[in-house]
Design a protein around this ligand. Structure first.
Ligand code: DAH
Length: 330
């Protein structure tokens, strides 16, 4: 009997194991043969013999089941190994994916500023009132807070309405010189043809000693950047207002749909507004404990850039994941 147990433990494959199972437990197997033998024994002997035999039968069943599990496991891992998919293999059908136009635009923007020696900083999406508003010269009850319809949480937390708070986080952590951009998602309670509750921004900040940074530095940099993004367009800077910059401006490019002649997209002005910028307001420097420095900042919406570059008329189509649109960007 022990000999048979050993053979079960050493069975090399499922077929061999099945043959053994029939030889041991089958109708004409060795266990049945022993039970037949029992007939010739006395009643007293029968009892102990049957007990022993049943114990053997149980241990055979256990051993066979265990071996079966082991062999099946080995077989499936062998099949898995043989079935391995080579994901580096060239896809001859040619249906490859592509970057979403918004991410592609984001990459181009980031590439430009990295080539101009800016480093990339990110910040939390759930911000607090201090970083998103207060330190950016937007005290409580400041009317400009209404410009940004905010999603609020409890305890002064909120979904950041712009990437400008990364300016504050960076200045609180580092001494000048600072030269950063901050790309990432922002959130506002707004949803119509030209607004979505989530969109992406890129913020920029340059800070140096005393009066090293001037408006002409800002203008030079952004003009070069806008030419890089939109090609041969006219650029103008228009006075504007942002609480965190003084003076503030908005940059416009000549309308790429009508080449400045005036059309529906540019509301017949010939110009398209593309970003906000200015020299960092002194109150912002005060809030982070900076003194005797100068700096400029700018902020832009990535979806707007993507729409203008690719002439996509409806902002919402960028969020629908419709393959008929996305497949055009391969
Ligand atoms: N934070 C502004 C917004 O979300 C964009 C902006 C404008 C950022 C001017 C700036 C800036 O840094 O100087 O509308």
């Amino acid at each position: 009997m022990k000999e048979w147990l050993k053979r079960v433990e050493k069975a090399e494959n499922l077929e061999e194991l099945e043959t053994l199972r029939i030889q041991i437990l089958g109708k004409k197997g060795i266990v049945s043969a022993q039970f037949i033998k029992m007939k010739t024994l006395s009643n007293e002997e029968k009892k102990s013999f049957a007990k022993e035999l049943n114990e053997y039968k149980d241990s055979f069943i256990k051993a066979i089941n265990l071996r079966k599990e082991i062999l099946e496991l080995a077989l499936s891992s062998k099949i898995l190994k043989a079935d391995k998919i080579d994901i580096s293999l060239f896809n001859s059908k040619g249906n490859r994916g592509a970057l979403h136009p918004v991410m592609d635009t984001m990459d181009r923007i980031v590439d430009y500023f990295v080539s101009m020696n800016f480093s990339i900083k990110t910040g939390p999406i759930i911000e607090d009132d201090f970083h998103n508003f207060e330190a950016l010269n937007l005290p409580k009850h400041h009317p400009a807070r209404d410009m940004q319809d905010t999603f609020y949480f409890k305890d002064n937390f909120l979904l950041r309405t712009h990437t400008s708070p990364v300016q504050i986080r960076t200045m609180l952590k580092h001494k000048p010189p600072i030269r950063i951009i901050s790309p990432g998602p922002v959130f506002r309670r707004d949803f119509d043809l030209t607004h979505t509750p989530m969109f992406n921004q890129v913020e920029g900040l340059v800070v140096e000693d005393e009066d090293k940074v001037s408006f002409s530095n800002l203008k030079y940099m952004l003009e070069d950047f806008l030419k890089y993004m939109f090609g041969d367009v006219k650029i103008r800077f228009r006075p504007s207002f942002f609480p965190f910059t003084e003076p503030s401006a908005e940059a416009d490019i000549s309308c790429i749909f009508c080449e400045g002649k005036g059309c529906r997209v540019c509301s017949h002005t010939g110009w398209l507004e593309v970003l906000g910028c200015g020299l960092v307001d002194n109150n912002v420097f005060k809030a982070v404990g900076y003194e005797g420095v100068s700096g400029y900042a700018f902020g832009l919406g990535v979806e707007r850039f993507a729409m203008l570059i690719h002439k996509i008329p409806d902002l919402r189509s960028l969020f629908e994941g419709d393959l008929r649109l996305l497949e055009q960007f391969k």
